[in-house]
Design a protein around this ligand. Structure first.
Ligand SMILES: [Mg+2]
Length: 226
């Protein structure tokens, strides 16, 4: 079985996968907006808010999940605030990524734990928005993001409804590219093919492939028969 054939369904995480660690300032600019939201909601200093943001991320999987559990924050209010284009930075234009994405023969979707306006703006900034067949975002996932079972169930039913193959024995046709090990683990446990995209993270044994950067996918596509 060849990795780059039409039957594959490619799912790309957005943050720190479609743009890499070298553009972490993009994510930092969003995290700053999140810290301001936490500051306003909890009524603490920006420094303390930044600590709470990280703690919620560790305890609940996302800062939003923590805010929702502790302060009943409405997800749309959260995203309306943090995606306000004040001080946000977007990834730079990426012609090499465009060439790479255009060389992939299967369907391609973005699978993100953010609301789609964030990734829409980033993909446009990189000039790769039209390379994808769609975006599955946190709102579509009813605010239950990766690595919840719900998110992967919903993704599979989306794939089925789109008329793409998804019988139990073809789950390996679904390929997830991610920088997050927990998100990859959940995908692996249901039989998807997993690609870790991370410059320094150690590859767990069960991960199928490891790329230091998205652009290295080019070499995997050329060489790999799975
Ligand atoms: Mg990510």
């Amino acid at each position: 079985m060849i990795l780059n054939d039409k039957s594959k369904i490619w799912l790309f995480d957005y943050d720190l996968t479609l743009y890499g660690e070298e553009e972490r300032h993009v994510l930092d600019s969003l995290d700053h907006r999140i810290s301001i939201f936490v500051k306003n909601t909890v009524g603490v200093s920006l420094e303390k808010a930044s600590e709470i943001r990280k703690q919620y991320w560790a305890d609940y999987g996302t800062t939003l999940a923590g805010l929702h559990a502790e302060y009943q924050v409405d997800p749309n209010d959260f995203f309306d605030f943090i995606h306000l284009n004040e001080g946000l930075i977007f990834p730079k234009k990426a012609p090499q990524k465009r060439i790479l994405l255009e060389s992939i023969k299967g369907k391609k979707f973005v699978f993100t734990n953010a609301r789609r306006d964030w990734s829409d703006a980033g993909l446009s900034s990189m000039d790769i928005a039209d390379c994808f067949d769609g975006i599955v975002d946190l709102k579509f996932l009813d605010w239950q993001g990766k690595p919840s079972v719900y998110a992967y169930d919903k993704m599979e039913s989306f794939i089925q409804k789109a008329g793409l193959k998804n019988t139990d024995d073809s789950r390996a046709q679904i390929i997830l590219l991610e920088d997050s090990i927990p998100n990859l683990r959940a995908a692996h446990e249901r039989g998807w093919t997993t690609i870790l995209v991370h410059p320094t993270q150690q590859k767990p044994d069960w991960v199928d492939f490891h790329l230091d950067h998205l652009l290295s996918l080019e070499f995997l596509l050329e060489d790999t028969h799975v």
